[in-house]
Write a protein that binds this ligand. Structure first.
Ligand SMILES: Nc1ncnc2c1ncn2[C@@H]1O[C@H](COP(=O)(O)OP(=O)(O)OP(=O)(O)O)[C@@H](O)[C@H]1O
Ligand SMILES: [Mg+2]
Length: 416
């Protein structure tokens, strides 16, 4: 352009074309500038798109890595669960797998040697059987299931006619937990536990629940038959863990209901099942000896077959107090009637003493059933109050039902 500008002008027509040329050139430049801007815009856009795609790619790569490790995990073989039974050093640990045999194994270096303790549960690699991990809790889930978290509803007021027994159980269980100093100052060891025995339906379980209601101690309830397990040594381990849990949560009360299912007299029996039950009981005896009397763990046992219980369970030092829960007498039956009719709307014709006299030989559970049945009769007759008539019919009905179930037919006897 400079060169053209410097050329001398020739004709008017030529200069015009020159102007035109300049004009067109200017236009061209402007157009080019516009184009540049446009392209720059486009470039920016592509640039940001590229950045977006880049992050997207990174995200997908991460996802792939995650899925790959997930697949890896799903493909990895299961770990064997075992219990550590002895520790020599980090590389020599004796474990017993849940299937039975014992192994001397190595441990992963990531395991804290603090955690390598006999009794801890761990996982083993399937091939090398090396300890891979220590499981957090060494209690059986079943033991945790036994712990009563909610306080039972029943209180001492809901028990009729067992005043003396309530005093005894309070002394033996509640007092040592609430006032251990009393025993210290006198210099005697408080009882370790009590055994409640008596005929069915007389309120043994009820009494234990009332104790749990009135103390703030942890209440752990097991039924004897729950401690009878399928595999050898399992029952004994459950008992051990039960007491460990009780100690950990102390003050606590262990309530073993229907204790006769593990505490029956040892005899020369041959089936392995019986021997396993005996082992469970021996563990129970050992645990009851083992813990300190002043420790804050109390045991309550309940049974209606004290006659078949092993003598070792009954000797002082195990259950120090053996409390009989008899069939209720007249006064007792009256009290029980009073408790179970507390919330019923009763006609004036009903005299509780009368009812108590009519129910000689009945237990607390019967009396509760009688009250319910009497209520049912009133409902059936569409009355708003329960009359004496209803109670009399109910007593008859409950009595009949009882006899129907308890007179064994010859066929029943054959299968019994
Ligand atoms: N003394 C009592 N006072 C009030 N209610 C009672 C009494 N005894 C029994 N009952 C009633 O009978 C029900 C059953 O009693 P419980 O379960 O305590 O019997 P148990 O003595 O444990 O019998 P088992 O030996 O068969 O286990 C109780 O829930 C309660 O309603
Ligand atoms: Mg019971």
């Amino acid at each position: 352009m400079m060169r053209k500008m410097s050329n001398p002008p020739h004709t008017k027509g030529e200069s015009l074309t020159k102007d035109e040329l300049i004009q067109s050139l200017i236009e061209r430049v402007e157009e080019l500038e516009r184009k540049t801007l446009e392209l720059r815009d486009q470039n920016q856009q592509l640039e940001s798109e590229k950045r977006y795609n880049e992050t997207q790619r990174i995200r997908y790569e991460r996802e792939i890595r995650r899925l790959k490790s997930e697949i890896e995990q799903l493909r990895s073989p299961p770990l064997i669960i075992a219990t550590i039974s002895d520790v020599f050093d980090r590389n020599r640990v004796v474990v017993r797998s849940s299937a039975g045999p014992r192994f001397l194994v190595r441990t992963s270096q990531f395991i804290d040697s603090e955690q390598l303790k006999p009794g801890a549960r761990c996982t083993l690699n399937q091939q090398s059987l090396a300890i891979v991990d220590i499981l957090p809790s060494n209690f059986d889930i079943r033991v945790y299931g036994m712990e009563l978290v909610d306080r039972p509803q029943e209180s001492y007021e809901d028990i009729g006619g067992l005043e003396q027994q309530i005093i005894e159980i309070k002394e033996a269980v509640e007092l040592p937990l609430k006032r251990p100093d009393l025993f210290k100052s006198i210099g005697i060891k408080p009882p370790k536990g009590v055994l409640l025995y008596g005929p069915p339906g007389t309120g043994k379980t009820l009494l234990a629940r009332a104790v749990a209601h009135s103390t703030s101690a942890h209440f752990i309830r097991v039924i004897g038959s729950e401690l009878v397990q399928k595999y050898i040594g399992e029952g004994a381990r459950l008992v051990r863990e039960l007491f460990e849990l009780a100690k950990e949560k102390s003050p606590s009360i262990i309530f073993i209901d229907e204790i006769d299912s593990i505490g029956a007299t040892r005899m020369d029996m041959d089936t392995s099942g019986d021997r396993e039950v005996q082992r469970t009981m021996m563990q129970l005896l050992a645990e009851m000896d083992g813990f300190d009397e002043r420790g804050e763990v109390k045991i309550i046992g309940a049974t209606n077959r004290i006659d078949i219980l092993d003598r070792a369970l009954l000797r002082p030092g195990r259950f120090d107090r053996i409390i009989e829960i008899p069939l209720p007498d007249l006064k007792g039956r009256m009290a029980i009637f009073e408790i179970h009719t507390r919330d019923m709307s009763i006609d004036r014709s009903v005299n509780l003493k009368d009812l108590a006299m009519m129910t000689e030989g009945k237990n607390g559970a019967d009396i509760r059933a009688i009250c319910t049945e009497a209520g049912m009769f009133a409902i059936r007759a569409e009355r708003s109050k329960v009359t004496r008539e209803d109670f009399v019919k109910a007593i008859e009905k409950v009595g009949v039902d009882y006899h129907k179930h308890h007179t064994a037919s010859p066929f029943g006897a054959m299968y019994a």
